[in-house]
Design a protein around this ligand. Structure first.
Ligand code: ADP
Ligand code: 5GP
Length: 191
């Protein structure tokens, strides 16, 4: 039986990576998709682990070959989901999680209406800025751009089936875990 398809979005710095790591501990039946991107690797990131880091030419070729399930141009770079890998793992029965921004999320929903869309919301824009500054992986200019972009993303959260506010980390991680365990299906909900 093919696995469930989950899409997780939310502003940069909202805590998607942190929550996914917590919620997926011990779940080896769930596969977190590795996207392709043209942005450069951050310190500690490895090609093939966090992302496949591609040149713009390589990315364009993937688009031309219809090799992407969805893609978007954000923060000056291309990001996309490799179609073959996702479809193969899903056919093998793994649940699949795509951590992607909203334009991509809605492309996936159009192709796979059964996908469950989950939005991770920061408690406030002020707290989001604080988290981005503390993470220290972007310049001030990049942080400002991400905060502007965050407001646009937040305006789309009502189109997601599940919205999780990442205030207390443990509570939010538990909520996400419960969603992935499949015990929260049907209807939209805010947790
Ligand atoms: P994203 O993947 O959405 O860009 P991260 O998971 O990198 O976000 O989280 C951004 C920063 O906020 C990280 O430094 C992380 O440790 C911190 N963080 C995540 N969740 C919380 C939380 N609930 N409370 C406080 N800090 C958090
Ligand atoms: P970052 O550069 O911080 O890793 O990611 C920037 C944004 O790109 C995040 O909102 C992230 O969810 C999104 N993103 C990462 N991979 C993909 C992808 O494959 N497709 C789309 N559409 N967005 C992605």
């Amino acid at each position: 039986m093919s696995g469930n398809l989950y899409v997780v979005s939310g502003p940069s710095g909202a805590g998607k990576g942190t929550l996914l790591a917590q919620a997926l501990k011990g779940r080896d039946d769930v596969w977190l998709s590795v996207s392709a991107t043209t942005r450069s690797a951050r310190e500690g990131e490895q090609n093939g682990r966090e992302y496949y880091f591609l040149t713009p030419e390589e990315f364009q070729r993937l688009i031309a070959e219809d090799g992407l399930l969805e893609w978007a141009f954000v923060h000056g770079n291309y990001y996309g989901t490799l179609k073959d890998e996702v479809l193969k793992r899903r056919a093998e029965g793994s649940d699949i999680i795509l951590e992607i921004e909203p334009q991509g999320a809605f492309q996936v929903q159009a192709k796979h209406p059964e996908a469950l869309l989950i939005f991770i919301e920061p408690p406030s824009l002020g707290e989001l800025e604080e988290r981005l500054r503390k993470r220290g992986s972007e310049t001030d200019e990049q942080i400002a751009a991400r905060l502007r972009h965050a407001e646009l993303e937040m305006a789309l959260r009502d189109r997601y089936t599940v919205v999780i506010v990442n205030d207390d980390l443990e509570t939010a991680a538990q909520a996400l875990k419960t969603v992935f365990e499949g015990s929260m299906r049907g209807g939209s909900m805010r947790l």
